[in-house]
Write a protein that binds this ligand. Sequence first.
Ligand SMILES: Cc1cc2nc3c(=O)[nH]c(=O)nc-3n(C[C@H](O)[C@H](O)[C@H](O)COP(=O)(O)O)c2cc1C
Length: 200
Amino acid sequence: MSNKTIVVAISGASGAIYSIRLIKAFIEAQIGLLIILSDAGIKVLEHEMGYDKNQSFVEFLKSYKIKFNQDTKIDIFFQNEIASASASGSFIHSGMVVAPCSMKTLSAIAAGYADNLITRSADVCLKEGRPLILLPRETPYNLIHLENMVRVKKAGAVVLPPNPSFYQFPKTIEDLVDTIVARILDHLKISNDILSRWGD
Ligand SMILES: Cc1cc2nc3c(=O)[nH]c(=O)nc-3n(C[C@H](O)[C@H](O)[C@H](O)COP(=O)(O)O)c2cc1C
């Protein structure tokens, strides 16, 4: 088990599959996880991924063939658990990913409006200078969305829209999603061979 911990927040934008593939990749890389679910994120997980909120989230992940072992470190929180570890800068971790990131969560982060555990944890990342990666999902973007992206970028976040690439000839939706997952791990300096690299 590595001693890295990453915060993964799932907000209520379409593309919940990105969070599931990302969690799978982190667990395979033996990264400890602190996962935060927004209320709307749960609704999208139910709609797009068949999550049942009466089920434990770990059991749900196992249904996606994510393999846990006795060393897997994973803690699950809900948006209202504002007093949880990642709400404080004293909790050390190696970065946070909001995947997918709704326009509402993006706007709250851009405004410093830290009213739930996701937006507070993101705010803490920015103030502590820790990596913060946002996967904003909407189309088309309006001017407010674009300005919010500029604002978070200026504050130190990485804006990584989930725009999959096609030059490696993905054959399945999972392959397409993994073109983004690999870039996220690269940004967090987590070694991975999810994709072959251009030039290899
Ligand atoms: C099925 C579904 C898909 C949605 N997709 C998006 C989306 O792609 N982008 C977005 O910004 N909001 C989307 N929304 C709306 C957000 O869920 C809504 O704005 C919510 O308040 C976001 O809350 P959160 O940021 O706290 O998760 C979607 C909602 C549902 C139910």
